[in-house]
Design a protein around this ligand. Structure first.
Ligand code: FMN
Ligand code: 7N5
Length: 363
């Protein structure tokens, strides 16, 4: 690739060049056969856009409100771990990039900078992401999140144990120090076989955590709880019964259970089950503004972006994060203009055709 990257995929190429192979594999990889990893991207290609012409698109407004926070676009930085493996400034640089674009920053508890460092370094609206950790870890996270001005808790519920990423096992991937755990777990997880990321997970996660335990989480915090990892209408209904403030349709970027469907193919099922009771957010495979448009048309309030942000960070630090988010914003704006939508609310179900509909049209 010659010159500056012009799209997110070119940022991935830059990141591949600058990162040691072991870290590129860690960031880019998925579980086992990586069927879902491919599908998350491919399924977007099977959805087409139904544009409307001769609409006055002289002004496009991409802004939206997410849990009461106005943001410049329906884009959130997905919580992803280990940013210092991509760039020495880690999550601090990522959060500053998000702040510069006026989008919400998801911070993983398994970050390499502490929650406090991220909080004091930028003005971005921040959501903290947690797993179903052992209770003393969760309680510590909640106190610190509230004290440091985080605005919501993202409970990632698809990880009772860690998915098997075979590249990490082969590469003997060593997790960086996850500084938020200091004083909470006795040792730095070590493992003599394969990746030690799994050993970390085994020491911190509580695989017995289930739906009823959300009541406990709600009892120890005033922050709204978003549940991440919902892939079925059944679980969406349970999540609403449990009283969550929002749902994130996600398969963890295809890093947990392989052969789950592409997230974009189950978004509508979840949206139907939710019946507008809480916002439905979406992640997995967003690489273009057209992908964001498609997710919004199928009922998402906003999308989370995982790997593209990490690739921007790896390639150019905070500037790269900003460039990646700006690229996606510019592409969304272009898509909205060419499809005849001036605001995000103008994007409706009738602006896309899924594979099923195209098949029915031919009958
Ligand atoms: C390197 C990496 C680390 C991740 N770490 C976490 C994490 O700590 N917690 C979490 O809930 N999701 C994590 N995720 C999943 C993301 O939040 C998000 O669901 C996923 O990356 C979206 O797919 P995309 O990368 O195609 O945008 C991680 C994803 C990647 C690629
Ligand atoms: C213990 C670290 C978990 C990170 C994670 O969720 C991922 O790599 O997908």
């Amino acid at each position: 690739m010659a010159g500056e990257p012009v799209n997110v995929n070119e940022f991935e190429e830059l990141a591949r060049k600058v990162l040691p192979k072991i870290y590129y594999d860690f960031f880019s990889g998925g579980a086992e056969d990586q069927y879902t990893l491919k599908e998350n991207i491919e399924a977007f290609r099977r959805i087409t856009i139904r544009p409307r012409i001769l609409v006055d698109v002289s002004k496009i407004d991409m802004s939206t409100i997410i849990l009461g926070h106005r943001t410049s676009a329906p884009i959130i930085v997905a919580p992803t771990s280990s940013h210092q493996l991509a760039h020495p400034e880690g999550e601090v640089a990522t959060a500053r990039g998000a702040a510069a674009c006026n989008v919400i920053m998801g911070v993983a508890f398994t970050s390499t900078c502490t929650m406090e460092e991220v909080a004091s370094s930028c003005k971005a609206v921040r959501f903290i992401q947690t797993f179903a950790f052992k209770r003393e870890i969760t309680a510590n996270m909640v106190q610190r999140a509230e004290r440091n001005g985080f605005r919501a808790i993202i409970l990632t519920a698809d990880t009772p144990r860690l998915g098997r990423k075979e590249a990490d096992i082969k590469n003997k991937m060593i997790a960086p120090p996850f500084k938020n755990f200091e004083g909470l777990i006795s040792t730095e997880a070590v493992s003599d076989k394969g990746s030690n990321v799994e050993a970390y997970a085994a020491e911190t996660l509580d695989p017995s955590f289930c739906w009823k335990d959300i009541a406990w989480l709600k009892s120890i915090t005033k922050l709204p709880i978003l549940i991440k990892g919902v892939l079925t209408g059944e679980d969406a209904t349970k999540a609403i019964e449990a009283g969550v403030a929002g749902i994130i349709v996600s398969n963890h970027g295809a890093r947990q259970l392989d052969y789950t469907p592409a997230t974009i193919s189950v978004l509508e099922e979840v949206v139907h089950a939710v019946q507008g009771k809480v916002p439905v957010l979406f992640d997995g495979g967003i690489r273009r503004g057209t992908d964001i448009f498609k997710a919004l048309a199928l009922g998402a309030k906003a999308v989370l972006i995982g790997r593209p942000v990490i690739y921007g960070l790896a390639a150019k630090g905070e500037t790269g994060v900003k460039q990646v988010i700006d690229m996606l914003k510019n592409e969304l704006e272009q898509t909205m203009a060419l499809a005849g939508c001036c605001t995000v609310d103008d994007i409706t179900r009738s602006h896309v055709n899924t594979e099923t509909e195209r098949f029915l049209c031919r009958m």
